[in-house]
Ligand binder design. Structure first.
Ligand code: FAD
Length: 448
């Protein structure tokens, strides 16, 4: 049982990324002590860190995640805005070319807060540091997990000075991200490994920060150029950061020519399905000296929900459980939804065994739809490899129809936005009133 009333109970979180932070915030309501163990050193400011190198790339916070963050940290959005985040209307302020057409622009009243990932993470960190029962242990690497009677109850950490210490815990959360600490530990301890699904997408991100874009009047805050598969595997985004800087990110699936310097960056931007992209940056003033490249080889999820004899007391959250193609901007919001699910389950006072089982089942359900949304698009690229779910061609056909309708129909686009932001189930797009709009014969205006 986990409740505030129990004395001296402790939870340990492995990893202080977004998933670890949000889990710690929730656990602080139920445990006397929450220890967060992070291999990176203690940061003094909002910079991308070594342990979360994706922080140098653009991070969009979806509405589903934003609402949970605001619930866990009231006033966070206002604080971000005071620190230089830009508020943008998702349909009104974003120009988005997708499957050969531009999305219709209108005031959707879906506002998003645009800031760098380090600022978001840092602001959350500062809030967590005000909670008296959360302790951060930096420059400490979790080496191992230990168990007794099928219950995981200790972590073994290596401190910066080489000391190795054991910390006992009533509950352990693996929020180690891409490292997925649990896989090595389960293997070494002789437990059955959960089944894994992997979709090879061979995606890269390459980003540069601009102080200023080319001097031209623009009517957008962000420019999104999604690739046009199967013909074009390249895309990019331009989005505002704090201090009036702009983050320019190029992406490519199965791409051989990854831009690694300013010239190749500009050349690559010329090849996108959006001529305004190159125009916006060609005479821009750079702040970055180098191109930051991040490679994302595969989407990957572990099926803990299918394990019957898994050890209890170890809950896996965030990217350690499932990594979805980041282009769909779902990772932080999934971590938030999972933390919220943890809160609901902890408040039920379940046994450790039930908590473990129910949490993993719930997380699996949370990631099901985002996973399907991402792979439906990713399998349009000829280089994507992996298990294709039944009905994929139909889904791809339908999504393309929806996407085209979004170029002229505000109602369809408004619902599509809700689905993208994980606020509505994709099935909501098949409501008769929307289907009539999606399949209404229309002449789509050529882009230019
Ligand atoms: C290129 C890219 C772009 C993205 N864009 C978006 C976006 O637009 N929107 C969005 O919502 N999401 C985005 N994501 C996803 C998002 O970054 C993550 O899904 C989200 O931050 C949750 O990550 P996490 O906390 O599970 O893992 P991480 O952020 O990877 O954190 C894991 C932490 O664990 C620590 N750690 C690992 N092993 C150990 C150990 N043994 N001991 C101690 N500490 C350890 C690491 O140092 C790290 O701090 C993007 C991801 C990538 C790669």
């Amino acid at each position: 049982m986990y409740s505030k009333k129990e004395a001296a109970n402790r939870a340990v979180v492995v990893g202080n990324g977004m998933a670890g932070k949000l889990a710690a915030r929730v656990l602080s309501e139920f445990f006397d002590e929450v220890i967060v163990i992070e291999k990176d050193k203690n940061q003094k400011d909002a910079f991308a860190r070594k342990g979360a190198p994706q922080g140098k790339q653009g991070h969009v916070l979806l509405k589903s995640g934003e609402e949970i963050l605001e619930e866990l940290f009231p006033g966070l959005l206002k604080e971000l805005s005071q620190k230089g985040a830009t508020l943008s209307d998702f349909a009104g302020d974003l120009t988005w070319s997708h499957h050969g057409s531009h999305k219709v622009r209108f005031e959707s009243k879906v506002s998003i807060s645009q800031q760098s990932r380090p600022l978001l993470e840092w602001s959350i960190q500062k809030r967590l540091e005000t909670l008296p029962n959360i302790v951060f242990r930096y420059s400490c690497k979790v080496q191992n997990l230990l168990y007794r009677n099928n219950e995981v109850d200790r972590v073994v950490i290596e401190e910066q000075n080489g000391n190795v210490t054991e910390i006992s815990a009533d509950l352990i959360i693996d929020a180690s991200g891409a490292a997925a600490l649990h896989t090595k530990w389960l293997k070494d301890s002789g437990f059955r490994m959960p089944a894994k699904t992997e979709i090879k997408v061979d995606l890269f991100y390459a980003s540069m920060v601009y102080r200023k874009l080319s001097s031209k009047t623009r009517d957008w805050h962000s420019l999104l150029s999604y690739p046009a598969p199967p013909l074009l595997n390249r895309g990019g985004t331009i989005s505002p950061l704090e201090e009036n800087h702009m983050l320019v990110t190029l992406i490519g699936y199965g791409e051989k020519n990854v831009p690694t310097d300013r010239d190749s960056f500009l050349q690559y931007s010329k090849t996108l399905d959006e001529p305004d992209f190159f125009e916006a940056i060609k005479a821009g003033l750079l702040r970055s000296e180098t191109v930051q490249v991040y490679r994302f080889p595969s989407m990957r999820r572990f099926h803990f929900e299918r394990q019957n004899n898994a050890p209890s007391g170890l809950l896996v959250i965030g990217d350690a459980f499932c990594r979805v193609d980041p282009v769909f901007a779902q990772g932080m919001s999934l971590a938030a939804m999972e933390a919220k699910a943890l809160r609901t389950l902890l408040s039920k006072g379940l046994s450790k065994k039930d908590l473990t089982k129910k949490f993993h089942r719930k997380v699996s359900r949370i990631v099901d739809m985002p996973w399907l949304i991402a792979l439906t698009e990713d399998f349009r690229f000829s280089t994507t490899r992996g298990y294709k779910p039944a009905g994929l061609p139909f889904l791809q056909w339908f999504v393309k129809k929806v996407s085209l309708a979004c170029s002229h129909d505000e109602k369809v686009y408004a619902q599509f936005i809700r689905v993208l932001h994980l606020k509505s189930h994709p099935v909501s797009l098949a409501k008769p009133s929307l289907l009539a709009r999606i399949f209404r014969p229309t002449i789509v205006k050529p882009r230019r």
